[in-house]
Design a protein around this ligand. Structure first.
Ligand code: MN
Length: 255
């Protein structure tokens, strides 16, 4: 047992590799789920912090999320760069700077999902109106790109500085809206970040509908925290269902 042979010495590397392989697979699945749930379309992206090295994260190369396969995943450092020669997404700094600022965050979903956009531009706060979205309490901040990029930018988070400004706007929240652009949700796992991306959009639709009917009763901060505690262990159930639903489309992409 105390003896080490060449196979034993290589075993830890193999274990790490299989962990990364599993993360790449899960990340491809996350992409397909978010497309099937209409949170991502041709744009937006999802990342996961590496289980092997927390100072790195995994993110697809520049590709429509529905087309992402395991081999498309690139490894980034927290300066938002990758040694992979294939072109990366334009906004890797969203992910890098949030992982830098928030050690609790294990995954990030950046989307342009349409029902969320009005809450970033209308001055009406997005607040939790249903128990599946209690993570929106106590508040959903809005990031104003103009504050760091000036009045003539393309709104994209292209630099470490604007990524850091976004991370500051996010603060300790679960979701930050990005004015005229979209939203970024974070989670303590890949599954939780995906869940939050999905239910941020659901909450935005339901809240807007309730407001058209005359008004909203929002979850209190305490109700929000209680629902987060209840829902967190239930998230694998949603993931399994969503992954199964998304499978036919991903098989269509990769026959
Ligand atoms: Mn974007």
């Amino acid at each position: 047992m105390t003896e080490r042979n060449p196979v034993g010495e290589h075993a830890p590397d193999r274990a790490v590799s299989s962990e990364l392989r599993a993360q790449r697979r899960a990340l491809a699945e996350a992409n397909h789920i978010l497309v099937d749930q209409a949170i991502l379309d041709a744009f937006g992206h999802v990342s996961v912090r590496s289980a092997e090295n927390p100072d790195t994260f995994l993110l697809s190369r520049n590709l429509a999320p529905g087309l992402v396969d395991d081999d498309d995943v690139q490894l980034f450092t927290l300066d938002g760069t990758t040694e992979d020669p294939r072109p990366p997404y334009l906004e890797s700094h969203i992910h890098a700077q949030i992982y830098r600022a928030r050690h609790d965050v294990q995954a990030v979903v950046h989307s342009h999902s349409p029902a969320v956009i009005p809450f970033g531009v209308a001055g009406t706060p997005l607040r939790p109106v249903l128990h599946m979205a209690g993570f929106l309490a106590p508040e959903v901040p809005v990031f104003e790109a103009r504050d760091t990029l000036g009045p003539a930018s393309d709104l994209l988070v292209r630099t470490p500085e604007s990524g850091a400004a976004l991370a500051r706007a996010l603060g300790g929240a679960s979701v930050v809206l990005m004015r005229g652009h979209g939203a970024t949700a974070v989670g303590t796992s890949l599954e939780e970040a995906v869940y939050r991306g999905v239910y941020t959009e659901v909450n935005a639709r339901v809240q807007a509908e309730a407001m058209r009917l005359g008004g909203c009763v929002y979850l209190t901060d305490e109700e929000g925290a209680a629902t987060v505690a209840t829902n967190r262990p239930q998230i694998p159930r949603a993931w399994a269902f969503w992954r199964d639903r998304a499978r036919p489309s991903s098989q269509g992409v990769h026959p």
